[in-house]
Design a protein around this ligand. Structure first.
Ligand SMILES: [Zn+2]
Length: 85
């Protein structure tokens, strides 16, 4: 998981309890360690896509940010398989 710094304040209401939105199926046992790491977390559901929000504000429910997955920018044409000879 990438450790992009969390914004200090909500851009909408200025609240300082910004939560990191986590995606994926997270086992209950992982919630506590994740909370310790991120301070405040929010769950975005099991699927995440390019452009989904990264942060949420528990005070005004505003969500913002934009997920980006540089590693998933796969070429359109996968061409020939790599030849290891
Ligand atoms: Zn807010």
């Amino acid at each position: 998981m990438d450790d992009k710094p969390r914004p200090a304040n909500c851009p909408k209401c200025g609240g300082s309890r910004v939560a990191t939105i986590l995606y994926g199926l997270i086992p209950e046992s992982a919630v506590e360690p994740l909370s310790e790491k991120y301070g405040s977390i929010s769950f975005g559901g099991c699927c995440v896509g390019e452009g989904d929000p990264e942060w949420s504000c528990p005070d005004c429910r505003h969500r913002w940010g934009s997920m980006h997955f540089p590693d998933l920018d796969l070429p359109e044409d996968d061409g020939d398989l790599i030849d290891f000879d």
